[in-house]
Design a protein around this ligand. Structure first.
Ligand code: NAD
Length: 241
């Protein structure tokens, strides 16, 4: 483990009064939820359609049955619990140092860990709405439905998750960008930084300490002033939070 870098990160957190965390699928792999691009990620799976195609809006519209077959199997993990990263971030928020979490994840684990100010850029599996009348449905309704989940009005119930070709929620973008702009420290973690526009949001950061913690290198590593290559569990367990 890069102990000098961990020491530096502890100093940064100690000094920081407005810390924002920007995370991706790698934050939840240690809760047993696969990411997309790691060797054991969802994109490496041999499925009848390429996963990146299935999770697009055009595929959802054309093949809803196949979409939901895949979605119910690989997008919801009922046994997943917050891991050390989710829990330490919730604690840091309680201490008043962490002001916001901006996440690309749809698994609700930051909220489950107790974090309050969470911007879920890509939505959440726990929110589902009828595309016709807007009625809300919970996750159990989706998972227990036979084939395509249908509303009492006959419309299809769509998970409130952002698919490829769909735009992000404006209010969520505004809140996330404002939090990043005002931060003195931005900790980016568990993300390949390859999904846009989300990855571009870190360019709004104007503060002093820009940190990345990731297992693999990313194409944007050169813009960080502290770059830790390692697993989040190993790094988080060394943090004095
Ligand atoms: P990604 O799959 O493209 O990249 C994940 C990154 O995390 C990789 O670079 C990997 O090296 C790193 N990583 C994995 N486990 C790690 C660990 N334990 N410690 C440190 N680093 C680790 O993920 P992305 O950049 O978030 O983009 C994928 C998209 O997939 C996002 O839009 C997200 O919405 C979605 N997604 C979400 C979930 C979830 O909600 N848990 C799961 C899979 C995918």
């Amino acid at each position: 483990m890069e102990s000098e870098k961990i020491k530096k990160l502890n100093e940064i957190i100690k000094e920081g009064n407005n810390i924002v965390f920007f995370g991706g699928a790698g934050v939840s792999t240690e809760s047993g939820i696969p990411d997309f691009r790691s060797a054991d990620g969802i994109y490496m799976m041999n499925y009848k359609y390429p996963p990146e195609q299935i999770i697009s809006r055009s595929f959802f519209d054309r093949h809803p049955k196949e979409f939901f077959e895949f979605y119910k199997k690989y997008f919801y993990y009922p046994d997943a619990k917050p891991n050390i990263t989710h829990l330490k971030l919730a604690e840091l928020e309680k201490q008043g140092k962490l002001k916001a979490i901006v996440t690309q994840n749809i698994d609700g684990l930051h909220t489950a860990a107790g974090s309050k100010n969470v911007f879920e850029l890509h939505g959440s599996v726990f929110r589902n709405y009828c595309m016709n009348c807007g009625k809300f449905y919970d996750i159990d309704y989706i998972i227990n439905s036979d084939g395509i989940p249908k509303c009492s009005c006959g419309g299809t119930v769509k998970p409130d998750v952002v698919l490829y070709e769909e735009s992000l929620d404006e209010r969520c973008i505004e809140g996330a960008v404002r939090a990043i702009e005002q931060a003195d420290t931005l900790i980016v973690a568990g993300t390949s930084l390859r999904v846009y526009p989300a990855a571009g949001f870190i360019r709004y950061f104007r503060g002093r300490n820009l940190v990345i913690i990731n297992k693999e290198k990313t194409d944007m590593d050169s813009m960080f002033n502290l770059c830790i290559n390692g697993s989040l569990k190993d790094v988080m367990s060394e943090l004095e939070i």
